[in-house]
Design a protein around this ligand. Structure first.
Ligand code: TXA
Ligand code: MG
Length: 368
């Protein structure tokens, strides 16, 4: 039976927030386990439940149920040609969902699952085309988060879950972000506080001979190559959208992760960047625009601006990935019109961070 709601009819549903508690050792307490089981039952009935993963919050529905997938697209306002990732709770699930698993794919699964890696396989007939956006391949991820894992297993099915944001907005890294976008549209949100990594999984197509990165993420090319040798990167994701290059992950062609304000990245030697941003802030403020700066812990005191948000420390790029989306959302909450950001492309996760930031900025970059 389908969960009793009709998102298509725009009927508001009451979104239940289920707060998860853990004991001193980080184990989910029995009362919270009961809540996860109830949320699993909602998923099994075809309803929608947002839940935490180690990367970002996901908007879950039964990936094996075409009508549940349709509800996910409706709740997000997502184009129907942009396929969903199916989340599994053990490696054996691959047999139910895929036609073949190459030895390289198996090596990657053993090295990085559970974890922030999504792999693309040839799909079995049992996986509905509504979940894969009409493709005969399927994206699969085994998340490394105790709540996500317990929820998937409790549902008794496999969970299709895009990031739990309205299409085009920054991905949610807290339950509060999910509520901003999804309240009244989904049955429940499982709230386990802030996520760990903060940017979405690395996507690797393993359906051919050589693995190809379709979306950069926390797991880098070097980390993958250490396990399986040569790995390629889809050339369409390395630069500005190019009409001649079609990204292999359909979602990568859309403007994504964007704050409501107008974001520009200023690139160059740090001192010159700070001088340039201070000048831009002055000009915009004189023009009556509410202006904000995305700085770092090290640089924040060098700006003259009322709204300066630090994204983290240059000495700790995991902090930058972790705070990226919440800083973009915070700029929205402050009602900022013009946002200027430093560039954060140097470290090993720099490609994943800048992929998101450049899209959020619509590729607007000033070189100084
Ligand atoms: O970390 C993550 O991956 C998060 C959490 C919730 O697991 N999920 C996530 O899903 O980022 P989403 O829907 O926001 O992004 C999925 C991306 C899209 O760019 C989509 O086009 C691509 O994966 N994708 C899905 N299935 C695909 C397929 N069969 N072939 C190529 N790309 C695919
Ligand atoms: Mg997304």
């Amino acid at each position: 039976m389908d969960e009793n709601l009709s998102i298509k009819d725009d009927k508001k549903v009451e979104t239940k927030v289920c707060k998860i508690e853990t004991d001193g050792q980080g184990n989910i307490v029995p009362e919270s386990m009961e809540k996860i089981k109830e949320a699993g039952a909602i998923l099994a009935r075809g309803g929608l439940v947002a839940f935490p993963t180690e990367t970002v919050y996901g908007l879950g529905g039964d990936g094996m149920n075409a009508s549940a997938s349709a509800k996910i697209y409706a709740a997000k306002g997502r184009p129907s040609d942009n396929p969903l990732i199916i989340h599994i709770g053990n490696i054996e699930a691959l047999d139910d969902l895929t036609k073949e698993v190459s030895s390289k794919a198996l090596q990657l699964a053993k090295a990085f699952w559970p974890g922030p890696l999504t792999m693309i396989f040839k799909k079995k007939e049992t996986v509905p085309f509504e979940t894969t956006g009409g493709l005969d391949t399927v994206a699969i991820r085994y998340p490394n988060h105790p709540v996500a894992k317990a929820l998937i297993l409790a549902s008794g099915t496999y969970i299709a879950a895009p990031s739990a944001n309205t299409s085009g907005r920054p991905s949610p890294t807290t339950a509060a972000h999910v509520i901003e976008d999804m309240n009244g549209k989904i049955q429940a949100i499982v709230d386990d506080g802030s996520v760990d990594i903060g940017i979405e999984s690395t996507i690797v197509d393993v359906s051919g001979q050589i693995p190809v990165i379709l979306r950069p993420g926390y797991i880098t090319k070097a980390m993958l190559e250490e396990v399986v040798g040569k790995v390629e990167i889809d050339p369409a994701i390395l630069s500005k959208p190019d009409p001649h290059l079609r990204p292999k992950a359909p979602g990568m062609k859309y403007r994504h992760y964007a704050p409501k304000g107008d974001l520009t990245i200023v690139q160059g030697e740090t001192k010159a960047v700070i001088t340039a941003i201070n000048q831009l802030v002055l000009e915009n403020q004189q023009a009556g625009k509410k202006t904000g700066v995305i700085a770092t812990d090290e640089s924040r005191q060098l700006y003259q601006c009322q709204h300066i948000l630090s994204i983290g420390s240059r000495n700790d790029e995991t902090s930058i990935a972790h705070n990226l989306y919440s800083v973009l959302r915070e700029m929205d909450n402050l009602g900022i019109d013009m946002i200027y950001s430093e560039n954060f492309g140097e470290g090993s996760k720099g490609q994943a961070i800048m992929n998101r930031l450049l899209k959020a900025a619509g590729y607007k970059v000033i070189n100084v």
